[in-house]
Design a protein around this ligand. Sequence first.
Ligand code: SF4
Length: 352
Amino acid sequence: MVVGDFQRLSLKGVKFMQEAMWYEKMAGKRVICHLCPHRCRISEGQSGICRVRINEAGKLLTKNYGLCTSLTADPIEKKPLYHFYPGQNILSVGTYGCNLKCAYCQNWHLAHTEPSLIFMEPSQVVKAAVEMKKHGSIGLAYTYSEPTVWYEFVLETSRLAKEKGLLNVMVSNGYIDEKPLAELLRFIDALNIDVKGFNNDFYQSYIKGDYKPVLKTAEMALKSGCHVELTTLLVTGLNDSEEEIEALTEWCLSALGKDVPLHFSRYFPNYKLDLPPTLLKTLAKAYEIASSKLNYVYLGNAPELGKSDTYCPQCKKIVVSRSSYHTKITGLKKDKCAYCGEKLAIVVSEAP
Ligand code: SF4
């Protein structure tokens, strides 16, 4: 296994490339990338499936190190993370590229094209986050596109951010191998993982991946002490059957526990898929199934159904109310229900 040393490489016409971590050199200047379960075997001059790791003269380089599409303060609820510092803002940064190919990608212009980019060193991003902390931001979120294929940059930036007392959050498809994940989790405080469905046929046909490694990522993250929430976008007729929702719920319960927040999100046509939006009654059914076993279930992109508030699982009163991205803590005393005293699975910054 070859581990990159973060030396900046001055390749002609390729200004910002760095040597990648987690790859192996093979005969004939070929390489195998071990960052994600695709395990791409890459010939000289070729890129991996994610487009952002390229074999140059037998070395695997990362093409997107330091290349940022945006740097914006967002409500943490937008990630979505509903149980991690609710109502706070976080400086959010993203790049381009992705190792999955969702037919209905909601961020396809970042994942599958080359948007306009700016270069920032990890120290510059952290400096901006420290500045934003003075205005109430809690740290850095690696989001918008897939952060695992920005691995080296996220690792270094999150390490520096931790040194400055900032929190690190990732919004990810969870498609990463165990060793690189373990290394990254040393610095990541919260993770929202897209579990895009609960059957492999769907993953293989519409996502171009396998769902088991995604489940493993969630299990590993939780075990490491990282705060974990899950998001499943329900796509009309493809991953929204009651049987599949039941199977997803059962796995959440047995592998992660009844306190893991699960967000179902409504699909709208995008990128290469043109199916009708998820029926509201399908979302309502998913909510009913999951909330019969799990304590915290939410519906996103469906304000009509009003399922974005947090309820105390014991006394059923609303403890955090949400409307769009306006969050109001209405019944929390630190991490306890202000009405009945029940301890809740929620990370808060201070007593409201
Ligand atoms: S990170 Fe990219 S290059 Fe590496 S295995 Fe995954 S898709 Fe292939």
